[in-house]
Design a protein around this ligand. Sequence first.
Ligand code: 13P
Length: 262
Amino acid sequence: MGMTRTPLIAGNWKMNLDHLQAVALVQKLHWSLKDASHEFDDVDVTVFPPFTDLRSVQTLIDADKIPFGIGAQDLSEHDSGAYTGEISGEFLAKLNIGSVIIGHSERREYHAEDDRVVAAKTQAALKHGLVPVICVGETSEDLEKFGASAVPVGQLETALENVNADAEIVVAYEPVWAIGSGQAATPEQAQDVCQKLRDVIRAKLGNAAADATRVLYGGSVKSSNIASFMREPDIDGALVGGGSLKVDEFSAIVRFGKHVGV
Ligand code: 13P
């Protein structure tokens, strides 16, 4: 059913680029893709800048009609109130932000976000019309103890509790050991886990959701390995960290279709 899903290449900038650098990168990326005659309808591109960049990037995208989505890197599970430093889904929706990363391993590790928090944030995103990009993945310890799929499957099962069958979601499989390490998973291993994650979607949300939901791979994705991931039937795109900060590299990743089969 892969042909029915538009690939999604998502750039998670993490804590990089201030709002001026953000505007410059988005402009250059757009020019780079236009110069390469990229067919924008064929691949969805979404950038996930830091919160302080969102307004500037949104204004630019709107003014110049740049066909990129914008997402946030996190949101609060609450709507408003005494939660110093947090950002509500309501505020993001007001800025026309379309999606939000939830449960990234860096949030799980440095901010003690457990599966309950990830499930609550997923609900908060959906409540405000934001597409949750739910991140799951095993650490190298998990990999040794339980294999590749048990932990991400369990994480996704919890996140999808109380999600409606018709909700739009994105799932990102990011093995923690592959993030920022230069050591990506093999396409076969990533496919195996992504297929099991799609099975979770099927069990929880039904066939239509399983067929429509994009499952991404993330972890040391580069222009030199993206095509091998995109050939796999259950991998519908990538969540790119370091490679999304360089215009030429991210542009080449978005244009993976030009080098599929290499
Ligand atoms: P890298 O692409 O830098 O490995 O990061 C992956 C990631 O964490 C994206 O969310």
